[in-house]
Design a protein around this ligand. Structure first.
Ligand code: HEM
Length: 431
């Protein structure tokens, strides 16, 4: 370990005051980043509200180095969704506590466990697609939001009956309010402040989770909650009620809107690529896998992931960063870089055909010790939904311009919700 402090060497960046840079970041998040990259290159320094002093990186080498640096050097950014998801949330934890908790949360999302959840996603997809109108334009995002919400409630919370119905009502507005409160400087004082509503909803949520815990203890099933109740830390102790409650809410918040918006983007992209739609008719699954990778490359629904420097003199590529600085990894910028992905602006799933992406360049799920815990679950879910959709419906192509990005709070969605016109296929075709 070295205690010697190296002088800071920061990348260049705009010198406008924080409020001005903040206003720019808020109104032009994606275009603004592109402009800054054109002007300053792969790495630049910004000063914005919420993150404060931050270095934005988008070069593969720096990203790889950041993702593989230990938590003593860079770790969780303090200001994030963890502020509203609870003190035990994965987003709120750092260092050993994060590692300890992650060890228990990873197994329910791996390998053979996913097969059990696949059936749930199939059922929820079939239920939702049954009501799709033919020949009429509509936005697919609300359908995708229902499928991914129901899938998480059943597969992760193990909810059915009354608890399922109550959580379906409560969670969407609760998460929307929470994602706003996480980033807006609203004081907790005063009679009409939104935190009161948020706290009331949290109490309701905790009461429902308590009922689910009792049921899962009485009769464990295949869901994540049942597994979490059985799992043990190395010292033999189990997860506390508070930990379970915070983690379930974290999984829902992290996994619901992200997966749904990616699916809506998939529909938006596919309708604008009729040749690909035709090719997918005879697909053995490989082209669909590549299509999902390409949707996530060209339309990453989370544009940034962040870390905070924990030790003075942290070396990152050519730069030396002071303690306390945020490092923002621009997922959108590296995905958009022609040097990394030739003809990056083109939507071409064939670039991934037969090849697994390099996970320090293709990073819609982030990377390293904090990489998305639900990546395999999300991929399974998106595969099942799109496979079913393409089997049962023809998507009518369109020559309309691509939909714009729209920030929903947690993730970026297509601004018109991934509008579609479909025709139901009369012959099966899934033999
Ligand atoms: C397409 C869908 C999804 C996308 C694009 C996505 C993206 C991300 C990203 C960018 C991160 C931050 C990673 C980092 O900082 O390096 C993350 C973290 C996380 N995601 Fe996802 N996610 C998706 C679906 C899911 C699902 C379905 C779940 C669970 C049901 C989930 C659970 C989590 C959790 C718990 C974390 C925090 C991990 C940690 O701190 O160790 N995500 N996700």
């Amino acid at each position: 370990m070295t205690t010697m402090t190296r002088p800071a060497v920061l990348p260049p960046g705009p010198t406008a005051p924080r409020a001005v840079q903040g206003a720019y970041a808020l109104t032009q998040p994606l275009r603004g980043m592109r402009r800054l990259k054109e002007r300053y290159g792969d790495a630049f320094t910004v000063n914005v509200p919420i993150f404060g002093n931050a270095v934005v990186i988008s070069g593969a080498a720096e990203i790889k180095q950041l993702f593989t640096s230990g938590p003593e050097l860079v770790d969780n950014l303090e200001v994030n969704l963890g502020r509203v998801l609870g003190s035990r949330s994965m987003f709120a934890l750092s260092g050993d506590e994060h590692k300890r908790q992650r060890k228990l949360l990873v197994p329910p999302f791996h390998g053979r466990r996913l097969a059990a959840y696949e059936k749930i996603v199939e059922e929820e997809t079939a239920r939702e697609l049954a009501s799709w109108p033919e020949g009429k334009a509509f936005a697919t995002l609300p359908s995708m939001m229902r499928i991914t919400l129901n899938a998480i409630l059943r597969a992760v919370f193990g909810a059915e009956g009354a608890e399922f119905a109550e959580l379906r009502e409560l969670l969407p507005p609760f998460v929307t309010l929470g994602s706003r409160l996480a980033v807006l400087p609203i004081p907790k004082k005063g009679r009409f402040n939104p935190w009161r509503r948020f706290e009331r909803m949290r109490r309701e949520y905790d009461a429902i989770v308590d009922r689910l815990i009792i049921k899962a203890r009485d009769e464990p099933k295949d869901d994540v909650l049942s597994m979490l109740l059985q799992t043990r830390y190395d010292d033999g102790s189990g997860l506390s009620r508070e930990e379970i409650s915070d983690q379930l809410l974290t999984l829902l918040t992290a996994g619901h809107e992200t997966t749904a918006t990616t699916l809506a983007w998939a529909v938006e992209r596919l309708r604008r690529h009729p040749a690909l739609l035709a090719e997918l008719q005879d697909d053995d699954g490989k082209l669909l896998d590549a299509t999902i990778l390409e949707v996530q490359r060209t339309r990453p629904v989370i544009d940034l992931t962040a870390r905070q420097v924990k030790q003075d003199g942290f070396r990152l590529g050519r730069w030396t960063l002071p303690k306390g600085y945020a490092v923002l990894v621009s997922i959108a910028l590296i995905h958009d870089d022609d040097a990394v992905f030739p003809h990056a602006a083109a939507f071409d799933p064939h670039r991934f055909a037969g090849a697994r992406p390099d996970l320090s360049q293709w990073i819609p799920f982030g990377g390293g010790t904090r990489r998305c815990l639900g990546a395999a679950f999300a991929t399974m879910e998106m595969t099942v939904v799109l496979r079913t959709l393409l089997r049962d419906f023809t998507l009518v192509p369109t020559s309309e311009p691509g939909e714009r990005w729209h920030s929903r709070g947690v993730a970026y969605a297509p601004a018109k919700g991934g509008r579609v016109i479909v025709r139901r296929r009369t012959t099966g075709g899934d033999s």
